[in-house]
Design a protein around this ligand. Structure first.
Ligand code: MTE
Length: 328
């Protein structure tokens, strides 16, 4: 992870979000999913005996449940305004392209995100390869989430996407499946950063199966009602809003169910700095900096960082009985 926090060249006057973005239906049209039949089919995926986990009740409860349809919402559930499209699309961490946040957008401009396929395999009863068009038939939701990077900056982003639980239900995990591993495309021709021998490519990430099944865990396919910009992980990236941003892996080509905890990119590089769980936790500092506060892109003063990034009301139950200073 980048060690020095670089100055961001984003005018603080630009805090007005794009208030006019497409309705869900218009968005589906943009993405080429127009038929009512396709929509209906998507709304009724076969269930395979597993369900998404719901709200946990815990003393750490914070924040109201995040609504599924945030269309037209200009702030998160705490009233924090959305970051602008320009902020979200020009300040990026995507090491396959560059370690310079302001260089990613231009380096990724010609990235080929269609056609695209995602392999879902490992400990599942129904292994198969999904095309992007097929994945877009899962019920697309609009969710406004805070993204808190482990480097102590944050944004509020209006994503479009579907619950990973919908896809995993189709795959039907076997009883032995305990974890989910995600892998990013590794294409040296398109991704100049992949040439760097310092990093253990491809970028991989992992979740416990119950974390992956949680309703807040989505595969994002768009933001601000538009298809995902290349620099934000087109055509498909994970978003796990209560964890540090590096868990939200971009440009996913493979989702594998495993019994063993998967190796992850950052945990392989520095296990004492980037734990497997990496839940946002203001009380557990990074060995080289405090995690108590953060800088919201577009704001001048720092804010307090919230436990589980403010999603404790929905997710704290996943970690009941665990010591989060050990399981960081
Ligand atoms: N995914 C891949 N494949 N490569 C990366 O370098 N960076 C991560 C995460 N996903 C990264 C990645 C980090 S550190 C963060 S904070 C978020 O993406 C940033 O997402 P954004 O650029 O859309 O804000």
């Amino acid at each position: 992870m980048e060690q020095k926090l670089k100055h961001v060249d984003i005018p603080s006057s630009e805090i007005t979000p794009e208030s006019l973005y497409l309705s869900r239906r218009d968005w589906l049209k943009v993405m080429g999913i127009v038929s009512a039949g396709a929509l209906l089919a998507a709304c009724a995926p076969k269930l395979s005996g597993i369900t998404a986990t719901g709200s946990g009740s815990s003393p750490e409860t914070q924040g109201a449940p995040v609504p599924d349809n945030a269309h037209g919402q200009t702030a998160d559930e705490f009233g924090n305004p959305l970051n602008t499209f320009d902020e979200i699309a020009n300040y990026n961490n995507y090491y396959e392209f560059s370690t310079a946040k302001d260089a990613v957008a231009s380096l990724a401009a010609d990235f080929k995100s269609t056609p695209w396929a995602v392999e879902v395999d490992g400990l599942v009863q129904n292994p198969r390869t999904w095309s992007l068009d097929e994945l877009l038939r899962f019920e697309q939701k609009e969710r406004v989430y805070r993204l808190r990077c482990v480097e102590a900056w944050s944004m509020v982003i209006p994503w479009t996407g579907f619950q990973l639980s919908d896809l995993l239900a189709e795959a039907a995990p076997m009883a032995s499946a305990k974890y989910v591993e995600f892998t990013t495309l590794m294409d040296e021709e398109q991704m100049p950063g992949v040439g760097s021998r310092f990093y253990p490519w491809p970028y991989t990430e992992g979740l416990r199966l119950d974390e992956a099944m949680h309703r807040l865990t989505i595969l994002a396919t768009g933001l601000y009602g538009k298809p995902l910009p290349n620099q934000d992980g087109a055509p498909l990236r994970l978003v796990v809003p209560w964890k540090y941003g590096f868990k939200s892996i971009k440009a996913i080509v493979r989702i594998r169910l495993t019994e063993e905890r998967p190796q992850t990119f950052w945990n392989t590089i520095a296990p004492d700095e980037y734990g497997f769980y990496s839940n946002v936790n203001p009380e557990v500092d990074h060995p080289r900096w405090s995690q108590a506060t953060e800088r919201r892109i577009g704001e001048l003063s720092r804010r307090d960082t919230l436990m589980f990034n403010g999603y404790g009301g929905e997710v704290a139950g996943l970690y009941a009985g665990m010591d989060l200073s050990i399981n960081y």
